[in-house]
Design a protein around this ligand. Structure first.
Ligand code: MLT
Length: 411
């Protein structure tokens, strides 16, 4: 009889957003007339930038002609996209990268979930809490998480609480982890780290020979100047960090699927005999075996983000969501609620009223006000007593949701 990977049995039956979708579907089946406002999963609502659509059409035409047809592409991605990324996302910030240090993928979720393939199962993981559930679940699957305690924490994982008392800035771990996951601007709290705060993490990682997995999927929402867009803005980060980027939220690619991972040449980890091994080389080997590249059409669409028209259209979309966030933040304040985030981020982290639990408040919003949020505790124990709202909705929906929430508070 074949054996399964028993670690999968340690996971809850469904992934957070699948669980929420199931509950919402059950509600809409029972209440077909309800006008539901979906501010749960961070899925965009604006159409793709026109520059990307035109590039996709042209790329489709390329595929229709013998002379410009493309079959398998390089597993790491086409140079035309990699060069546009380096020139636009990194060079203006004084960061130098070589083409082979960038790996194009089908979105940050895949690589943040898969990167553990090249690391030993015995590595100690540290995560900020609350956190994007993929980091935890993928480590449970790999056998790194240990056992889930009644407090909602895995005993093999170091939790770094982010809460009101530390202003959502995690403290450095008291015991050295091998790998540290940081996501800034943060999903789910919508909070950020300044350059000085991120520098402390880079210095810690260098001093302790830890590796930081830096998820910068939401960097396009940063408006303030002292907040780093890339961890490589911090000196020394090339020796201790992998960075994950995504076009999903930047350019509305949640359905198109494209992102990239940066693994600098200097970054090494130890083999069992203690010898240092370049992670870039290992990840390339992993990708060449398990990934056949992002489609040519998709990569052409991503390249178009960096044209002058593409940049203007992307900015218009980001500005639209940031304005949603402002409207929601102010609406929630006006309703007398406590809310964090939503300034350099599309996420608002709402404290539940009257000490309600996250799922209790989720149910009230869904059943009474027909608004879908994401219960904070779904992102980790420190998320209890909070609910995440996204600013990725349509403008009218955001305004209407604030009206309904305000009405709740004055019921
Ligand atoms: C979220 O809502 O946290 C994100 O949209 C999920 C994702 O990017 O996979």
């Amino acid at each position: 009889m074949p054996l399964i990977n028993d670690n999968f049995l340690k996971l809850s039956d469904s992934y957070l957003f699948s669980d929420i979708a199931r509950r919402v579907n059950a509600f809409t089946a029972e209440n077909p007339g309800a006008s539901l406002i979906r501010l749960g999963i961070g899925d965009v609502t604006r159409p793709l930038p026109e520059a990307c659509i035109e590039a996709m059409h042209r790329a489709a035409d390329d595929l229709s002609r013998q002379s410009t047809f493309h079959g398998y592409g390089p597993e790491q991605g086409y140079d035309f996209l990699i060069e546009a990324i380096i020139k636009n996302d990194f060079e203006p910030r004084g960061i130098k990268l070589s083409n082979h240090e960038i790996f194009i993928n089908d979105g940050a979720k895949s690589d943040t979930g898969n990167i553990g393939d090249i690391f030993h199962h015995d590595n100690r993981i540290a995560v900020t809490d609350p956190i994007y559930p993929v980091y935890i679940d993928s480590n449970v699957m790999a056998g790194r998480a240990g056992i889930l305690g009644t407090d909602g924490r895995w005993n093999g994982i170091t939790y770094l609480p982010c809460n009101e008392s530390n202003n959502f800035v995690p403290s450095l771990p008291s015991e050295r982890p091998d790998i540290i996951y940081l996501c800034y601007p943060n999903n789910p709290t919508g909070t950020t780290l300044t350059k000085d705060e991120l520098k402390q993490w880079v210095d810690y990682a260098l001093a302790n020979r830890s590796i930081i997995f830096f998820d910068a999927a939401y960097e396009a929402f940063i408006c303030e100047t002292n907040i780093p867009h890339s961890i490589y803005e911090i000196e020394g980060a090339r020796r201790c960090a992998i960075e994950f980027r995504s076009f999903s939220k930047t350019a509305g690619f949640t359905g198109v699927r494209c992102g990239y991972t940066v693994i600098p040449d200097e970054l090494t980890a130890s083999a069992s005999d203690g010898s240092p091994v370049q992670l870039n080389r290992l990840w390339l080997r992993r990708q060449c075996t398990k990934f056949n590249g992002t489609s040519y059409v998709t990569q052409r669409a991503a390249e178009a983000i960096y044209t002058p028209e593409g940049k203007a259209q992307v900015k218009a979309n980001i500005d639209y969501y940031l304005e949603n966030a402002r409207i929601m933040r102010e609406g929630l304040h006006a309703a007398g609620m406590t809310v964090y985030g939503g300034k350099n981020s599309p996420y608002l982290w709402l404290k539940t009223p009257d000490g309600l639990g996250s799922w209790q408040f989720f149910d009230i919003l869904l059943k009474k006000h027909h608004i879908v949020g994401t219960p904070g505790v779904g992102f980790g124990p420190s998320g209890e007593g909070f609910l995440r709202l996204t600013a990725f909705g349509k403008r009218d929906d955001c305004i209407e949701a604030m009206r309904r929430i305000k009405a709740t508070c004055h019921d």
